[in-house]
Design a protein around this ligand. Structure first.
Ligand code: WT7
Length: 630
């Protein structure tokens, strides 16, 4: 047993008494004995306009299908079914601007009105079932409306984080062949305007597919409008076509709901595809029975809808559970590092789900910023995106949660759609461990050959069972889906993470085993950063690695071979940093640089990142026998 495993926090009795699932061991055992039965029961808690023939169809594995033959629409369950109950007048969404005096609230009834209006407009523009709608919006209510409106009419949404550059945006728009883009004039970032519309203009200038751009007025900053292509949303909303009831189209359970681009080992982002039926069951179930969300909860997930966490646990999961969601436009330290605690106090937040990097950032400002607020409304805390270090865990538990609130650490991925490994609130919590597989799932740690390693040994984390909210494929690239996730160990889903398991069956995630790094919880491919670097005239070749960082988890370190006529300088580093921010995204801004004569490569030409890491950290470079020219 390693020392950290002895640090155990027992669940408070009141949490156990009120929990949906008081005896998690019993549910875990029952679901393990009959996973499909477990998922069928959960699915029956939602509405389907036609029942399924089969819970799981694995006849074309790894292209698994769930609830085949069923008809439904996630919007029927996220909105429509609440309208015939008392929830109709319940708050669905509370939105708070970066300027916190700006607040907009929507009951389920009024959320529905907004979604119908956006859906009517999309239909009038000719958007049909299966068409991809690109959404490039900041954290404003319209991002909820846009996602739900697309889903309502059977279209497929593709949300692009509103911090990506025009180049990244145009690649994704072209890849998905979107005809419509929904954006805003700008977004507020720490008191300044980030020019979204301008970025869209550059991104769609040569687009062969985009016919219409819908622009939400948000920052009220001047923008250029193309008289044919561009439309103000508030003007469209006044037209007769926007008015009236818009029925929710019933689709096949396996029809696509959205694609979401995420980073992989190569420079080309992967378009993860999720479907209506399984995804609604998975996100509904995990938020309810793993996170223990309740009718009376005020739920705040700080993630941006541009990422999977925002999709699953800011937009869909909470609405599927009929909860009240808070969405904040601003960042955690603007204008002061207690803005989040102020919002929790003011709005009586009960469930607070955020990322370790944010916790570490806020922790650095000291306890006083937290303790001056009354956070007694909090019941449950959650963590996602990267391993949470025990120190940050304890601070979150003690200072923010007042020692009352279990921390639900949730390990999952864009690909998995829903939690896969978590500490449910009635379970003992171990700071730094993501816990146990969700009900119905089995995880394992295996070696290179696919054999399970002994307890306490590090290895590759794999998942054994298919699950309803799993991605179905990579959009337009099924072969890459099979290769990336299912080829190494047939029948096992390869997560790309390393982990170890302890003797209580808890999993301890160590990190990625591929060329993906998590920087402030954001997922980046080193290849993406490298290709941004080599697009600068000073750079001939670049190799990017992640180095440990106290707040960000990983920092981005670049080894750069300069072109003739360029020499290393602080100015050049700053220029390269800005170049990456502009060509990829500010979230990918490199931290450190070195400028070697050549990169360490194997004889077959593969960059030895292990050597770069050792050099950057001033450590022993280890075995160099495979190095070319060694
Ligand atoms: C990768 C997936 C899933 C929502 C956000 C990230 C890392 C995620 C945890 C956690 C340790 C975690 C893994 C995973 N990760 N959650 N609780 N503990 N590591 O989704 O951007 O697709 O990234 O994030 O490395 O593979 P994503």
């Amino acid at each position: 047993m390693t020392p950290d495993q002895q640090d155990v926090y027992e669940p408070p009795q009141n949490i156990i008494d009120d929990a949906w699932i008081q005896d998690w061991r019993a549910v875990e055992a029952a679901a393990a004995a009959d996973p499909q039965g477990y998922w069928a029961e959960r699915a029956s808690e939602l509405q389907w306009s036609h029942p399924w023939d089969k819970v799981l169809d694995d006849s074309e594995a790894p292209f698994y299908k769930w609830f085949t033959g069923a008809r439904t629409n996630i919007v029927s369950n996220a909105i429509d079914r609440h309208l015939t109950t008392a929830r109709r007048n319940k708050l669905a969404l509370i939105w708070v601007g970066e300027d916190t005096s700006k607040v907009r609230t929507f009951s389920y009834f009024s959320l529905n009105r907004e979604v119908e209006q956006m859906a009517n407009i999309l239909k009038a523009m000719g958007v049909e079932k299966g068409d991809v709608v690109t959404i490039y919006l900041p954290r404003i209510p319209e991002i909820f409306f846009a996602m739900l409106a697309a889903a309502k009419i059977g279209a497929v949404h593709s949300v692009i984080f509103a911090g990506y550059s025009s180049e990244a945006l145009s690649t994704r728009i072209d890849d998905s062949e979107s005809k419509v883009v929904i954006t805003a004039d700008g977004s507020w970032v720490n008191g300044k305007v980030f020019p979204l519309k301008k970025i869209v203009d550059e991104a769609v200038r040569f687009s062969p597919t985009v016919e219409n751009v819908i622009v939400v007025r948000n920052t009220e900053t001047p923008v250029t409008m193309d008289s044919v292509r561009d439309h103000w949303y508030h003007e469209l909303a006044r037209l007769p076509i926007a008015k009236g009831h818009c029925p929710t189209v019933q689709v096949d359970a396996e029809d696509p709901l959205f694609i979401l681009y995420t980073s992989g080992s190569t420079g080309k982002p992967k378009a993860i595809l999720h479907t209506h039926g399984g995804y609604q069951v998975g996100t509904y179930t995990t938020l309810r029975y793993s996170f223990d969300i309740k009718e009376e909860d005020r739920w705040w997930c700080t993630a941006d809808p541009g990422w999977i966490t925002g999709h699953s646990y800011l937009v869909y999961g909470p609405l599927l559970n009929g909860a009240t969601v808070l969405m904040a436009e601003g960042n955690p330290t603007y204008p002061y590092p207690d803005i989040w605690w102020q919002l929790i106090e003011h709005y009586g937040v009960t469930g607070f789900y955020t990322a370790p990097t944010a916790i570490r950032t806020l922790m650095r400002f000291g306890d006083a910023w937290v303790t001056k607020h009354d956070l007694s409304s909090l019941r449950l805390l959650g963590s996602v995106g990267e391993p949470i270090n025990p120190e940050a865990w304890r601070w979150f538990h003690h200072v923010v949660g007042g020692d009352r609130c279990p921390i639900i650490d949730t390990w999952w991925q864009t690909e998995t759609g829903m939690f896969q490994i978590t500490t449910v609130p009635t379970m003992d919590q171990k700071p730094g461990s993501a816990g146990r597989p969700v009900f119905g799932q089995q995880a394992a740690v295996v070696d290179e050959a696919g054999d399970e390693v002994p307890v306490g040994t590090e290895g590759f984390l794999v998942l054994r069972n298919p699950w309803p909210a799993m991605m179905r494929t990579l959009f337009k690239d099924p072969e890459r889906y099979r290769q990336t996730y299912w080829a190494k160990y047939p029948g096992l889903y390869l997560t790309g993470d390393s982990a170890r398991q302890d003797e209580d069956g808890y999993f301890w995630i160590i990190g990625r085993t591929d060329d993906v790094i998590k920087v402030s919880g954001h997922r980046l491919g080193t290849a993406e950063v490298e290709s941004a670097l080599v697009s600068h005239p000073a750079v001939v070749e670049a190799a990017v690695i992640g180095l440990p960082h106290d707040v960000k988890g990983n920092s981005i370190h670049c080894s750069v071979i300069l072109a003739n006529g360029f020499s290393p300088s602080k100015e050049l580093e700053e220029e390269l940093r800005n170049h990456v921010a502009e060509t990829l995204s500010p979230i990918a801004k490199p931290d450190g640089f070195d400028f070697p004569e050549k990169l360490p490569k194997t004889r077959s030409g593969k960059i030895m990142r292990r050597v770069l890491r050792a050099r950057a950290l001033g450590q022993d470079e280890g075995d160099l026998s495979t190095l070319e020219n060694s």
